[in-house]
Design a protein around this ligand. Structure first.
Ligand code: CP
Ligand code: NVA
Length: 301
């Protein structure tokens, strides 16, 4: 594994080994065992979109691993004034040991990896959110002890989270059912990947999707960069809410996950969030899962 650009690039074994390492690093972290695997290493963190969890967990994660994180807002970089990705990649590769990038186009992340010579980590694009889904899988394993054979249900927009969850869930042996309105389906490359799996279902019926689910996941109706569409989307997604009534269709011990930030009263009710504190374990696990990614990509490089 040279980069983390999207989960489609990883084998099942690579995903499981990241999750195992994440569990170990979490254990060490909780027991005060130092793990300075990245002493002397630097990580540039390019942000073209807002972030709370991704920024803080990567920054703290690098610190805990003995390395040094640099927060680079794209507004302050020459990238924001039109310097090409190619030159940015070549130059940053001369200073840094790794780059994490949160941006709009997946192509920009892929180009950063193509033109640079150091590992690149996708911290969210319009298309994928692989770091979040690694944390989600880690959290599901913590609560359910396994991933194999569990039913993962996603309700809402066929966005970056839907895309990465579909790939991550199917690769690790889960049954994946998505309920998305027509016209808001996951990306075609994800549907092409999923079509070979009998345990993949795409429906417009949220109750069918949630039936006997072990895990129910949702995400915002309008992702970053889509703010102008919010009024239209509120109408399209009105029936796609994770609420008490919907969860009656799922297993009695269903987990609920949300990558956060959440819009209470839209894709999820305040009541459901308050009854499912695993959402905050999921947020915490961003730290541990990403440390596993950092160690895997940057150690010994
Ligand atoms: N879930 C997530 O990526 O959160 P941030 O946007 O706060 O980084
Ligand atoms: N789908 C959301 C995820 C935020 C972490 C977005 O892209 O804004």
């Amino acid at each position: 594994m040279k980069h983390l650009l999207k989960l489609l690039d990883l084998t099942k074994e690579e995903i499981i080994s990241l999750l195992n390492l994440a569990d170990q690093l979490k254990y060490e972290n909780k027991h005060g065992i130092k793990h300075h695997h990245l002493a002397g290493k630097t990580l540039g963190m390019i942000f073209s979109k807002s972030s709370t969890r991704t920024r803080v967990s990567f920054e703290v994660g690098m610190y805990q691993l003995g390395g040094y994180p640099l927060f680079l807002s794209s507004n302050d970089l020459q990238l924001g004034r039109g310097e090409p990705i190619e030159d940015t990649a070549k130059v940053l590769s001369r200073y840094l040991d790794g780059i994490m990038i949160r941006t709009f186009k997946q192509e920009d992340v892929e180009d950063l990896a193509k033109y640079g010579t150091i590992p690149v980590i996708n911290g969210l694009t319009d298309l994928y959110h692989p770091c979040q889904v690694l944390a989600d899988l880690m959290t599901i394993r913590e609560y359910k002890s396994t991933l194999e054979g569990l039913k993962l249900c996603y309700i809402g927009d066929g966005n970056n989270m839907a895309n990465s969850l579909t790939v991550g869930g199917l690769k690790t042996g889960m049954k994946v059912t998505l309920a998305c309105p027509k016209g808001y389906y996951p990306h075609q490359s994800v549907l092409d990947f999923a079509k070979d799996f009998d345990c993949f279902t795409l429906t417009e019926d949220i109750y069918e999707a949630a039936r006997d689910a072990d895990v129910v996941v949702t995400d915002v109706w309008a992702s970053m960069g889509m703010e102008k569409e919010i009024e239209k989307r509120r109408k399209v997604f009105a029936g796609y809410q994770v609420n008490h009534e919907l969860l009656q269709a799922a297993k009695p011990d269903v987990m609920v996950l949300h990558c956060l930030p959440a819009h209470r009263g839209e894709e999820i009710t305040a009541e459901v969030i308050s009854q499912h504190p695993e959402i905050y374990d999921e947020a915490e696990n961003r730290l541990h899962a990403q440390k596993a990614v950092l160690v895997t990509l940057l150690k010994d490089k």
